[in-house]
Design a protein around this ligand. Structure first.
Ligand code: ZN
Length: 191
């Protein structure tokens, strides 16, 4: 496996609409190796997820995994999920304030309002159709990664720019209050 280079904000590929992957292309050994490399790159960088455009490949594939993540210790675990050509359906209009960061936006976090319950339809890495209801803070993680496939970054959704902060200042000034709000929210939503 190979660790892939991660594109940084300002690189045009992060702003492109990526293309859908056909079933036959998905099943090639090249694409399967690419998915393995994407997973390895996410894990190496301690990301909660990563999308193909972030590694300079403009296709609709992203991977998500939260397993006691040191970048986001409050996040509930999400088993490794590979999403190919994902589509989101909002199941509520209710939003919550999610503090987000991104491997393509170094040393910055900010609050993005996210829909708190979604249905995600996608193909798994072998081309099998899947559907998943995702709730709570995990729903924000899915929305963040799928946004990447449409050229969107979390900074686009930051409404209150006074919440923008570095990781060190997040820990110092924002983390305690955010985690205090998130614990009952995660409990209520089950995710
Ligand atoms: Zn990101």
């Amino acid at each position: 496996m190979t660790l892939l280079k991660i594109a940084q904000i300002g690189h045009p590929i992060l702003r492109e609409q990526s293309r859908e992957v056909s079933l036959s292309e998905l099943q090639t050994s090249e694409m399967q190796k690419f998915i393995d490399d994407l997973i390895e790159t996410m894990r190496d960088a301690n990301g909660a997820g990563i999308a193909a455009p972030q590694v300079y490949n403009s296709v609709q594939i992203c991977v998500i995994e939260v397993n006691n993540n040191p970048r986001y210790p409050y996040k509930p675990n999400i088993p490794l999920t590979v999403l190919v050509n994902p589509k989101i359906e909002f199941l509520t209009e209710e939003t919550y304030d999610n503090f987000e960061g991104c491997l393509s936006v170094p040393n910055l976090r900010g609050v993005v309002p996210r829909i708190s319950e979604i249905k995600v339809s996608f193909l798994d890495r072998f081309g099998k159709k899947e559907e998943r209801i995702v709730k709570g803070i995990s729903a924000g993680t899915f929305q963040h990664e799928i946004d990447h496939l449409h050229g969107k970054l979390f900074v686009d959704g930051v409404e209150d720019t006074t919440t923008l902060c570095t990781l060190a200042e997040f820990d110092r000034y924002f983390k305690d209050e955010f985690v205090k709000k998130m614990v009952p929210f995660i409990e209520k939503m089950g995710g």
